[in-house]
Design a protein around this ligand. Structure first.
Ligand code: HEC
Length: 157
């Protein structure tokens, strides 16, 4: 008899909290959504959209290009040739550029139309640019030069 009463009390308590909780949460959600959304939207469309619609990222700086020159000068042609550049490209670059370089995911440039210098290419892979992630620390200097050369020789037309 005692056990039943305790169980009943527990169940009532549970039922009560379960029921009283739900409307509160719903209310909290809808009020925040109502009060915050319009304010955010209006400022975003007025101030932020123009900048977002033009994904022009700043060019590589002279310092970055100098670093690329140093990297190119520091690697030996034999070491570069020993890198499986095509495989590296497929592993690390194809997610955005595709196997053939023209996939253009996430605003990635069409590499088949690329006309940039080896220096610029190395700088960009090393430091990243815009939405492209930097590969400094992920690829070795030799690998970066090898993949940049692979793009220039095999992908860019
Ligand atoms: C996360 C997606 C992503 C990955 C992964 C990626 N890229 Fe890019 N890549 C981009 C974007 C975005 C641009 C355009 C950057 C800009 O100019 O704002 C770009 C541009 C380039 C350019 C410049 C082309 C030109 O003519 O201006 C080169 C070269 C390049 N990527 C090489 C590579 C290499 C090599 C790898 C792999 C090591 C790689 N990318 C991996 C997104 C990516």
């Amino acid at each position: 008899m005692m056990r039943n009463t305790v169980m009943l009390l527990l169940m009532t308590a549970f039922f009560f909290t379960a029921c009283s909780d739900k409307p509160e949460k719903k209310q909290a959600k809808s009020t925040t959504a109502k009060s915050e959304m319009p304010a955010k939207k209006s400022t975003a469309t007025e101030e932020e959209t123009p900048a977002e619609e033009e994904p022009t990222s700043p060019p590589m700086t002279p310092e970055q290009l100098q670093k690329a020159k140093d990297i190119i000068a520091s690697v030996s042609a034999d070491d570069v040739a020993a890198v499986g550049a095509k495989k590296k490209f497929k592993m690390l670059c194809a997610a955005c550029h595709g196997f053939t370089g023209d996939l253009k995911v996430n605003g990635a440039k069409d590499l088949t139309k690329s006309k940039i210098s080896l220096e610029e290419s190395v700088a960009q892979v090393y430091f990243g640019k815009g939405l492209m992630t930097p590969f400094k620390g992920i690829m070795s200097d030799v690998e970066i030069v090898a993949v940049a050369q692979y793009i220039a020789k095999e992908i860019a037309k």
